[in-house]
Design a protein around this ligand. Structure first.
Ligand SMILES: [Zn+2]
Ligand SMILES: [Zn+2]
Length: 330
């Protein structure tokens, strides 16, 4: 906020809390919240992210992005007639995981959203720090692999139509841009507002596709959404990612609206990128049946290395038991 005389909302006479440069608007708290909610609902409609009678599984870490995604899908679900089920994975990263889990549990209770909580250590015998220690691989790649696998098992078992993720404009654009620089054009096809289900890999939707990081932070704060404000202790951005992000933000300040235009243009051309695929269709893991590029999936390979045997099939049975006791198996 500038010092001196108070700036008023462009739509009413209340004090403004923020300026939306690309829309040439100053907005008060109420109108800012409405503005963001409208943007997210339009994204859900424009890209047909969810529809009547569907089951949407929302992966919730407890951070502002996933909490906002869950909250908005819950709101939309009542009007649009689809069902929202939340999934939280407790990775066993000390206090960070404990606080995240409690935040998600309380939030889902307060909105009466069905919640599935999976505990990595209970499922596999190892927490994320133990996986990292045993493999000496970068934590974020291990974490991503484990989460992708577990989320997909749950989505398959509950016959979800899609998995909703909390990725926003400032997560996706730098990644798209980086893949463009490196000419990994097919990768860009996976970074749009939605991916289709394919050979057992349940499709993903991203309701925050057109919302920036700053907007979500302000929205979550002004809406009093409970979220874990701490970053994952393992978080650390790679230099190139950070620089590409800064570059896009500096372009945005010179040309307000360019980030959203970029995101929409990519969404329109997803089919073009998808046609550039050189990979073979997904196979089924010989051990656990999960979709996989190789004969054995990366989860089975990883657990084989850490636990001495591939755990895919065993973990899937444990998950089925948990889902059955929640009454979520179809
Ligand atoms: Zn206003
Ligand atoms: Zn497997």
């Amino acid at each position: 906020m500038k010092s001196g005389k108070e700036i008023r909302c462009s739509l009413c006479r209340e004090p403004a809390v923020t300026r939306i440069a690309y829309a040439k608007l100053w907005l008060c708290k109420k109108h800012f919240i409405e503005f963001i909610e409208k943007r997210i609902l339009e994204t859900i409609n424009r890209y047909r992210l969810a529809g009547r009678g569907q089951r949407i599984l929302v992966a919730v870490s407890g951070g502002k992005d996933s909490i906002t995604t869950l909250y908005m899908l819950h709101k939309a679900s009542m009007e649009m007639g689809f069902k929202v089920i939340a999934l939280h994975i407790d990775l066993g990263i000390g206090m960070y995981s404990k606080i995240s889990r409690e935040t998600v549990e309380h939030f889902c209770q307060s909105l009466r959203i069905p919640l599935i909580t999976l505990d990595l250590k209970t499922l596999t015998g190892y927490s994320l720090p133990e996986f990292v220690h045993k493999t000496r691989r970068p934590p974020c790649s291990i974490c991503g692999l484990l989460k992708r696998y577990l989320i997909n098992v749950v989505a398959q078992e509950i016959k979800a139509d899609a998995v909703a993720l909390g990725h926003h404009l400032d997560d996706l654009l730098p990644y798209i841009f980086k893949n463009f620089i490196l000419q990994n054009l097919f990768e860009i096809s996976k970074l749009g507002p939605r991916t289709e289900s394919e050979n057992g890999l349940v499709g993903r939707i991203r309701p925050l596709y057109e919302v920036s990081e700053h907007e979500i932070a302000l929205y979550a704060k002004l809406s009093n959404l409970p979220f874990v404000d701490e970053e994952c202790p393992y978080a650390g951005k790679k230099n190139l990612d950070k620089q590409v992000k800064e570059f896009l933000n500096s372009l945005e300040s010179l040309h307000p609206g360019i980030k959203i235009s970029f995101a929409r243009a990519v969404a329109r051309n997803i089919h073009v990128y998808k046609a550039l695929s050189t990979t073979k269709p997904l196979k089924k893991c010989m051990v656990c049946g999960a979709p996989s590029n190789d004969d054995i999936c990366s989860f089975c390979k990883l657990t084989n290395r850490v636990a001495g045997k591939p755990l895919g099939a065993e973990v899937r049975l444990k998950i089925r038991d948990a889902l059955s006791s929640l009454g979520l198996l179809e």
